[in-house]
Write a protein that binds this ligand. Structure first.
Ligand code: SER
Length: 634
């Protein structure tokens, strides 16, 4: 009998298969997208190639293959609550992808996708079904071409036609996009031939199917106004989840039973003194711990540390959720760093930056667990007290206490939700968020904090709640553009208008202004309209997505709903860009001269200077630099 293919082997098989077909093997990029302020985390293999598809970031190759670490947690597609409770939801996962930048198109993408699965990996062809785009509107016709191509491999009664919801892929509201074809596996022996039957097939939440591979035929660029403009050169972007392929090849029926995750689950069980065999529904806490330890170790290795907002807050929530589930299964002492260490052992070969950052991962995880356990102890006392005091027959946990647990004890609202459900109580998490905001606003007003930090933070939080996803950033393509004012604040307090002389903060539905992030300072410039001028002295991105312009009204009145022309100080932006490129050159040079262990710890990119923080175990002297340089060129 043929030896089964193990999960960790699939990566190299995939890379080799496409390398043999002239694809450049490109390393996985960071989970924190470089130069993409519109995205919280790298959530697909194509993210590092976004601008290449659009023709703005030419590469020395036309075909690429990657195994990309991806994270889907936080933001619009937030599956966090499901993770651990289904067979295939994850925060962190690995995506295998092959890419063509204006080179090959549908025929080769389909042929290679099919052949890799059925010939190289040996998956039975009659267990597979495929889908193509059925068309929507005038600008996006049905993909008959893909349909015809598939008929060479798959009987017609297993080729499904689905609408845009399933079979049109777009990176976001704007950017490269196109119809796609998905390859699904049927978990029985042979897939049913019912592609012509309405309401049947893999698009209908039918758990007998699992999507294995998405082949995106990048054909258009989508613009703010919904227009689809054909790309100069049609391209290919494919994505297959490693965990799902592993589940099929190892024949285990669950991503969590693959050799990718079982070592982590087994360790967590050993630490908790739990039985080694499958605990059925009782597996969930261990699955949560395993999944979240992967996300934690990978995120810290990519320079994200747990904290109060945006990316750091997503990490904090993930870590705290895992620690809380650990508590539930009796892990009373610090344990999470042990599981993260196991992640480094298991994944370090494929992702060497985990090994380089092992000590940091350990230190950060221990620190966070210690502080969270202190918080949790105090918070849990308050929680238990509130439960005991509930009037008989009350089935909802009190919003006020949940808000206090969040505000004072740092207990994430979703965790209070979990605790409540464990007690058979309900918790309206949205209402808690509103309560938190109301309290913070009231607190700020009472203390007359005006522009104080807390009021401001809270203001951003409220903007985000109302406007997330409604604002777009156009600053890669243009330095000047128009936008409607969505909201504004004067001295940290939300208003509907700001008059001459007011210090103002405002957001618009579209802006070319880059917001400070990743150490790169925000843009400055002006906003103008008839009789109106606002000098913008800074742009922030406090919640990771909305671009908040900060400045002073020097003429006229700025009002919510008003259309303004926003113009970035172009010379300053160009200087910032040069310094940004210089940090990459410096990083590269340091790694070449001192060694590849040199890791970026932080940076500041401003128009007049840059600062680059990095780790190196010894002081650098001119001679050590020369010595290392000589040895590295041998
Ligand atoms: N970008 C597509 C996806 O994420 C294919 O890689 O599914």
């Amino acid at each position: 009998m043929q030896r089964p293919i193990r999960a960790h082997e699939i990566r190299s098989r995939f890379l080799n298969y496409f390398a043999a077909r002239d694809h450049a093997v490109v390393p996985s990029s960071s989970l924190v997208p470089a130069n993409d302020p519109t995205l919280l985390f790298t959530n697909a293999g194509m993210v590092q190639f976004k601008d290449t598809f659009l023709g703005r970031d030419p590469r020395p190759y036309k075909r690429a293959v990657t195994v990309q670490r991806c994270l889907r947690a936080g933001g619009k597609h937030n599956d966090l609550d499901n993770v651990g409770f289904t067979e295939r939801h994850h925060t962190l996962f690995e995506m295998l992808g092959n890419f063509s930048f204006g080179d090959y198109f549908k025929p080769d993408a389909i042929r290679w996708g099919w052949e890799f699965l059925t010939e190289d990996l040996g998956i039975a062809a009659d267990r597979l079904v495929v889908s193509v785009f059925s068309g929507e509107g005038e600008s996006a016709p049905a993909d008959d071409e893909a349909y015809e191509l598939w008929t060479a491999y798959v009987p017609k009664d297993r080729i499904y036609r689905f609408p845009a919801k399933e079979n049109f892929w777009a990176m976001g509201p704007t950017g490269p996009c196109g119809p796609c074809s998905e390859i699904h596996i049927f978990h029985g022996d042979k897939a049913p031939p019912d592609a012509g039957v309405a309401g049947r097939g893999p698009a209908y939440e039918d758990t007998r199917y699992t999507e294995l591979w998405n082949l995106v035929f990048m054909q258009y660029e989508k613009f703010d106004d919904g227009r689809l403009v054909p790309l100069p050169k049609p391209s290919i972007d494919t994505g297959a989840g490693l965990e799902r392929l592993a589940s099929v090849l190892e024949g285990v029926g669950s991503n969590y039973r693959t050799s990718l995750l079982t070592p982590l689950i087994d360790l967590a069980k050993r630490l908790a003194g739990a039985p080694a065999h499958d605990l059925g529904a009782g597996e969930a806490p261990f699955r949560v711990i395993a999944d979240h330890a992967r996300a934690t170790a990978f995120l810290i290795a990519d320079g994200v540390f747990p904290d109060r907002d945006t990316r750091p807050y997503v990490l904090r929530r993930i870590m705290r959720r895992a620690i809380r589930f650990g508590e539930k299964v009796g892990l009373e002492n610090l344990f999470f760093h042990e599981v993260c260490k196991k992640v480094v052992e298991e994944f370090g070969e494929a992702y060497p930056n985990l090994v380089e950052r092992a000590a940091t991962i350990d230190e950060v995880v221990r620190g966070e667990e210690e502080s969270f356990r202190r918080t949790l102890k105090r918070g849990l006392r308050l929680f238990e007290g509130a439960v005991t005091e509930l009037p008989a027959g009350e089935t909802a946990f009190p919003l006020g206490v949940a808000a206090e647990l969040y505000d004072t004890y740092g207990l994430p609202i979703d965790l209070t939700g979990i605790l409540s459900r464990e007690k058979g109580l309900t918790l309206d998490e949205e209402a808690v968020k509103q309560e938190v905001q109301a309290r913070q606003a009231a607190g700020a007003a009472a203390a007359n904090l005006g522009g104080g930090d807390k009021a401001i933070d809270n203001l951003y939080f409220r903007f985000k709640e109302r406007f997330a996803g409604q604002a777009s950033f156009t600053g890669y393509a243009e330095l000047s553009g128009r936008g409607n004012v969505l909201a504004l604040a004067v001295n940290g307090v939300e208003q509907t208008a700001a008059k001459e002389g007011d210090e103002v903060e405002f957001i618009t539905d579209s802006t070319p202004f880059y917001g400070e992030s990743g150490g790169q300072v925000g843009d400055t410039g002006i906003a103008e309209g008839d009789g109106l001028r606002v000098e913008i002295s800074d742009t922030l991105k406090p919640t990771g997505d909305l671009h908040v312009h900060r400045g002073k009204v020097t003429r006229g009145t700025l009002e919510v709903g008003r259309l303004v022309t926003l113009t970035v100080d172009g010379a300053r932006r160009a200087a910032i860009r040069r310094n940004h490129s210089a940090t990459h050159l410096l990083h590269h040079a340091l790694r070449a001269v001192l060694g590849t262990h040199v890791a970026q710890k932080g940076s500041l990119v401003a128009p007049d200077r840059l600062r680059f923080d990095f780790s190196h175990p010894r002081p650098i002297t001119p001679s050590s630099a020369c010595r290392s340089s000589a040895s590295s060129t041998r």
